[in-house]
Design a protein around this ligand. Structure first.
Ligand SMILES: *Cc1c(COP(=O)(O)O)cnc(C)c1O
Length: 438
């Protein structure tokens, strides 16, 4: 049994802190990827962050491309967002009542993403996808949801599902604790493979409530949709009565103000938002067609609720974020910085190192593989040993990348050309140390 002791302000070295963390928190972290296990390094403990930089416990400063896994598109601790949160806190941190601010915020989200006639605020991306799927099942009277191998939609039971044997089949639990019966309600198809999806619809079309997809996959590293993939999905859903759920938790307000659906000219039935929309506070949203959303409680019978939903601090941060993103030229500047980093990195990749850079807007991944990465199978064929060596060499040089081959790096508006050049030069040195082809 734990005894009550005074917290010790000075824990010691980063390794001491990690040991101590593991005694109180499973694996020492509150979300698994923060443990840095896939790169075989001790976790970085953040102390503070500003702009493009993270200051870690132990005194090191890094140029950061994790960006809190997406929200920090303006860089860390943007003064206007901080001020909005402080001012909101002074008025009360939570009411459990409707507020004027959340109404204005919903109007702003609808204006940004016109396919969202109605929007419901929740507290995490997981909640958004889970709720959108419940609604899709209720609206269609069908149980099966199709997801793509390598796409991540949060940790709800029905989404922690891996492909079974054979392409596009019944899913199997991807975590202990997920009932087989839940996993059997999820079918898993390979990303970017329309023919496989068409076969799945032929076999089980009448059972399929919805297809959920990351329009640009970011959770297996950055994998763009192939030509015609997203519109093919749209057509397949429309012709079979299934709903298309676009999971824009990562891409929303990142690839364009209106998300990937603006970029690709796509109209989903339901959309999930998270990360950027909350300005770095715990806030996410789902929404879409009015006839669907009006089935959500209390307008309709599909239950969904949340004590902290539409939390005033999170709404204030989200509104400040969206206001800043509406400023002239924001996305052009972000694209310019991202293209600058891409070009600088490409110039540093030696011809005999099997590596490939994939980028869509401000999401990019350096895969340790020569051939295109189009789905999870090809992503997994990357040289993870090379990634690990590269990662360690980058961290040594003060560059903080997401600690997994299967994640996207995020460029923010706070990254200066100097930051980006230094990053590319560090990459050049890290790559020069790797083992070569042949
Ligand atoms: C991060 C993410 C989620 C989950 O969001 P949480 O807020 O971590 O629950 C869902 N979908 C996508 C595409 C994500 O990138």
């Amino acid at each position: 049994m734990a005894t009550r002791t005074e917290a010790t302000p000075e824990v010691g070295t980063a390794a001491d802190l990690a040991d101590r963390a593991a005694r109180s928190i499973p694996g020492g972290v509150n979300s698994p990827v923060r443990a840095f296990r896939s790169v075989g390094l001790p976790p970085v403990f953040a102390e503070s962050a500003r702009g493009s930089q993270v200051h870690a416990s132990g005194g090191r400063t890094y140029i950061d491309y994790i960006g809190s896994w997406g929200p920090m598109i303006l860089g860390h601790a943007h003064p206007e967002i901080v001020e909005a949160v402080v001012r909101a806190a002074e008025r009360g941190t939570s009411f459990g009542l409707a507020t004027q601010e959340e109404v204005l915020f919903a109007e702003e989200i609808r204006a940004a993403v016109p396919s969202m006639d109605r929007v419901r605020l929740v507290s995490s991306g997981t909640e958004a996808t889970m709720s959108a799927i419940r609604l899709a099942r209720a609206a269609t009277g069908r149980d099966v949801v199709v997801k793509f191998d390598g796409c991540y939609h949060g940790h709800a039971d029905g989404l922690l599902v891996a492909a079974g044997s054979g392409a596009a089949t019944f899913g199997v639990p991807d975590s202990p604790g997920v009932p087989r019966a839940y996993a059997a309600c999820t079918a898993v198809a390979p990303f970017n493979d329309l023919p496989a999806l068409a076969r799945l619809f032929e076999a089980r079309g009448e059972e399929i409530a919805a297809v959920i997809v990351e329009p640009v996959a970011g959770n297996m590293g950055c994998v763009p949709p192939g030509e015609g993939f997203l519109h093919g999905l749209r057509d397949l859903c429309r012709s079979t009565g299934a709903l298309l759920i676009l999971d824009e938790v990562m891409t929303g307000f990142r690839l364009a103000y209106g998300g990937a659906q603006e970029l690709y000219g796509l109209t989903p039935d339901l959309t999930c938002l998270g990360k950027i929309v909350g300005g770095g506070l715990p806030l996410a949203a789902y929404g879409g067609r009015a006839d669907l959303m009006d089935r959500v409680s209390p307008a309709g019978p599909v239950y969904q609720a949340g004590t902290l939903s539409g939390n005033p601090l999170a709404v204030a941060a989200g509104r400040a974020m969206l206001r800043l993103l509406r400023e002239e030229g924001v996305y052009a500047r972000l694209e310019e910085a991202s293209a600058f980093l891409e070009a600088a990195l490409l110039a540093e990749i030696p011809a005999d190192v099997p590596a490939r850079l994939q980028r869509v807007g401000s999401m990019l991944t350096l895969f340790f593989r020569r051939e295109p990465v189009v789905d999870f199978a090809t992503a997994r064929a990357s040289d993870l040993g090379a990634f690990r060596a590269f990662y360690g060499a980058m961290l040594d040089q003060g560059i903080l990348l997401p600690p997994s081959q299967f994640e996207a790096w995020f460029v923010s508006l706070a990254h200066s050309h100097d930051d980006l050049s230094r990053t590319a030069q560090a990459a050049g040195r890290a790559l020069a140390r790797l083992p070569r082809d042949g």
